[in-house]
Design a protein around this ligand. Structure first.
Ligand SMILES: Nc1ncnc2c1ncn2[C@@H]1O[C@H](COP(=O)(O)OP(=O)(O)OP(=O)(O)O)[C@@H](O)[C@H]1O
Ligand SMILES: [Mg+2]
Length: 293
């Protein structure tokens, strides 16, 4: 039996396309998340952040394959389980109830023909068996918690603003009080004021429910706001990991230093600049067409 005190522990996770199993898109990724703590995963576009998150949920698309690795999750009731070994039915029971995920684009995750109240209620009925008045009361309290008037339960997604839709997604994700919340760039599409509100809300919920959070972002401002620990990914590998203070104030890897050097300062005195890849061997630089910040 595997022993871990963490809420979630990834051990040597490697992912590749089934047709090219030797070309790893995620390479030997290991890190842990404790209950009540937030781990931010940062790195440029294509570095493997989303694939890592999807592997935790057992939601890798059909073309992809987990080549090696364990995803150890402390379920509470069932103890520590390796999620990669569970069948589809057992994973479905965990998803939404014990582990929830917020995706980047709320419109693609919400069903346009169902009211938001109905959609928030679905997992409460499925996982907790709530019905009738008890269900209505719970939906209202969740909407209130994310700052949406409970009367909006009868609205359809396209009747809400982008920020409200994202908050509905958050209400859905926390409905069953998951032990772990995975948020994949949940605020990237929002303006800074709404982003700040949502980060504050997630941080408060984390503390209140002692929830662990895996938070994917490009934005070091967000990291500074909410992270306890930081994992930096580059081309499918972790190049640096540590506490927020270690990674932001004393980065060790040249890629982390280069990423941090691109962050504009609050007064706007430091101009935005592309990532410096001078530390890479010359023939590798051309592969980096995407700049994250
Ligand atoms: N279904 C798929 N089929 C083929 N390649 C894929 C698939 N999903 C992801 N990839 C590739 O795997 C790599 C990692 O993708 P991933 O989505 O994890 O990146 P990311 O770090 O989340 O990037 P972004 O910041 O742009 O969201 C990329 O090179 C991507 O093109
Ligand atoms: Mg992604």
């Amino acid at each position: 039996m595997t022993v871990t005190t963490a809420l979630l522990q990834l051990e040597h996770v490697s992912i590749a396309l089934k047709k090219t199993p030797s070309r790893l898109l995620v390479n030997n990724v290991s890190f842990a998340i404790e209950a009540g703590k937030t781990t931010c995963v940062v790195g440029e576009s294509g570095s493997g952040k989303s694939l890592t998150a999807l592997s935790v949920m057992g939601l890798l698309s059909k073309q992809l394959q987990l080549i090696t690795g364990k995803v150890l999750f402390n379920d509470g009731d069932a103890g520590v389980q390796d999620l990669t070994l569970l069948d589809a039915e057992s994973l479905r029971k965990i998803r939404g109830a014990k582990i929830a995920m917020i995706f980047q684009e709320p419109m693609t995750s919400l069903n346009p023909v169902l009211t938001v109240g109905y959609q928030i209620g679905e997992s409460l009925t499925t996982h907790l068996g709530l019905k009738g008045d008890a269900l209505k009361i719970k939906i209202a309290s969740l909407l209130e918690m994310v700052g949406i008037p409970p009367s909006r339960a009868n609205s359809y997604p396209d009747e809400l603003s982008g920020g409200q839709r994202q908050r509905v997604m958050i209400a859905m994700s926390i409905a069953c009080e998951p032990r772990l919340l995975i948020a994949d760039e949940p605020t990237t599409a929002l303006d800074v004021t709404v982003q700040a509100q949502i980060l504050k809300l997630l941080d408060a919920l984390k503390t209140r429910m002692n929830m662990g959070m895996l938070f994917i972002t490009h934005d070091f401002g967000v990291v500074a706001d909410i992270a306890d620990n930081v994992v930096v990914m580059f081309r499918g590998e972790i190049v640096e990991a540590g506490t927020k203070d270690q990674v932001l104030n004393n980065p060790q890897h040249p890629y982390t230093k280069a990423l941090l050097a691109c962050v504009p300062d609050a007064e706007g005195k430091k101009p935005l600049k592309p990532i410096d890849y001078a530390w890479l061997p010359e023939n590798e630089v051309a592969q980096n067409v995407q700049v994250a910040l």
